[in-house]
Design a protein around this ligand. Structure first.
Ligand code: FA5
Ligand code: MG
Length: 443
């Protein structure tokens, strides 16, 4: 008997990864690179040399696993590296310790394989995230991190009071010019003792971080005093405002939006007005005291933020499509090279090649999820796929069967695609949708 479905009805096993030929880029690698590499997904899932038994909940795809360990943010002169270095430099020069040492340590090489507990993911939502291996224990169910906040607790447990952490993060999402299933974030955390928080305030000696009989309200957590929250919030917003002014220049317009995260309260998002549009660049807030407590730092309080490196880079350098970050084309990469980290950079677009589009429509089973389909399209079509949009939905008046029609736009970033190439890829997508997602094609 399978008990998983019983305890976790939302986690229905799905026929997501039946054995099938490796994608063409893997096949090519096999022909040219000597001995055949072990496939990334067989009975086990292989991630950075570690092996995880594949089970019904494994939903990572070879295309995604190929990106693990690439670490674009660590590739010197890559635009994500340039942004990361500018942020690091700002923190290094603005916040120094008593001995002139940088206050914030920087970490950019932590493995993206985390447990669902680290990821603050109680939902185990296979539609939104990539899982490697399921277990009843929160400590053993593994996934690819969906945000860099997944490392907050371990770095605080290691005794760090102020740190920045950059890394690749993975989410199953829609397909368009600003969404890619792998993107990069930078996390910042700063903790304060009562002395550190109150020493700059007149009469601060009488203030305390915690209160015994408080309430959780919209403004604060139960254990925090209002003074604690207000000072932390001021320090957090001041730190982020100053970072954004450094990156975007003094003209930039900002606004704070209240929001919710399970690991901070209160929580905010920062939006930047750039070329007429409000763009969300980061989420942040006052760290949940329970997290600090479980990390052995319950006597301190702290704030945290997480910002999207692609979002910042797209705006700052005028990069129109998020797929470009993965380009190996010299005409793209060379535009970011140079000795001066702070030189103004404005991306000169490569010629724009014509798009080709093809529609696909099918009857869908009840278990159908759009993110499964998007993932399948990305897995087969790779970076040839620019956008997938739902064109039409239809419910048969008699049978109640539902059908959906999607338009897939194909466009290569570096050359003109042939009709033949697109047709082959599109047909592969049609076949795989039938065999893997249980849809019935109307083609
Ligand atoms: C988070 O990921 C939280 N971990 C942020 C946080 C950290 C809050 C610490 C509190 C304390 P969110 O999902 O909003 O939040 O993502 C944070 C930023 O990542 C966004 O503001 C955006 O800049 C970027 N981002 C989010 N989704 C995408 C995406 N699909 N593509 C590119 N960038 C994205
Ligand atoms: Mg957000």
């Amino acid at each position: 008997m399978r008990l998983r479905g019983f305890f976790l009805p939302s986690l229905k096993p799905r026929p997501f990864l039946p054995p099938r030929p490796a994608p063409s880029n893997q096949r090519r690698a096999r022909l040219s690179d000597g001995p055949a590499p072990r496939p990334l997904i067989g009975p086990d899932v292989l991630v950075q040399g570690r092996s995880f038994p594949r089970d019904d909940f494994t939903n990572v795809t070879p295309r995604i696993l190929e990106k693990v360990g690439v670490n674009l943010h660590n590739e010197k002169q890559h635009p994500l590296w340039v942004i990361k270095e500018r942020i690091k430099e700002h923190f290094y020069s603005s916040y120094v310790g008593r001995w002139g040492n940088p206050l914030f340590s920087v970490h950019d090489n932590l493995s993206p394989v985390v447990t669902v507990q680290q990821n603050f993911d109680r939902s185990k939502n296979i539609k939104k995230y990539y899982y490697l291996y399921f277990s009843f224990s929160f400590h053993r169910t593994t996934m690819l991190r969906a945000h860099t906040s997944a490392h907050q607790r371990e770095l605080v447990s290691a005794g760090l009071d102020a740190f920045l952490l950059a890394g690749d993060v993975y989410r199953r999402d829609e397909i368009d010019s600003s969404h890619y299933p792998v993107f990069h974030q930078m996390e910042g955390v700063r903790l304060f003792s009562d002395h550190e928080l109150f020493s700059s305030v007149d009469g601060g000696q009488v203030l305390s971080l915690f209160e015994g009989s408080g309430w959780r309200t919209e403004q604060k957590q139960q254990v925090h005093t209002l003074e604690t929250v207000k000072l932390l919030e001021f320090n957090l917003k001041d730190t982020l405002r100053s970072l954004v002014l450094t990156l975007f220049g003094p003209e930039v317009e900002l606004r704070w939006v209240e929001c919710f995260f399970p690991f901070t309260h209160p929580s905010f998002e920062l939006e930047v007005r750039f070329r007429g549009q409000w763009l969300e660049v980061l989420g942040c807030g006052i760290m949940e005291q329970q997290i600090l407590h479980s990390a052995g730092a319950g006597h301190k309080v702290g704030w945290a933020f997480g910002l999207g490196l692609e979002r910042l880079a797209m705006v700052l350098f005028d990069i129109p499509d998020i797929r470009l970050f993965w380009s190996r084309d010299e005409r793209f990469l060379r535009q970011f090279r140079g000795d001066d980290l702070h030189r103004p950079i404005r991306f000169q677009p490569l010629s724009r090649f014509p798009p080709l589009h093809n529609d696909i429509s099918f009857w869908i089973p009840d278990s159908f999820s759009q993110n499964d389909f998007f993932d399948l399209v990305r897995n087969i079509g790779g970076d040839l796929v620019e956008q997938v949009t739902l064109l039409d939905q239809f419910t048969h008046p008699k049978t109640g069967r539902r059908s959906e029609c999607y338009r897939i736009v194909y466009r290569h970033m570096e050359r003109t695609l042939t009709q033949e190439e697109v047709r082959t890829t599109h047909e592969q997508i049609e076949r795989a949708a039938e065999s893997e997602l249980g849809v019935h094609g109307r083609y």
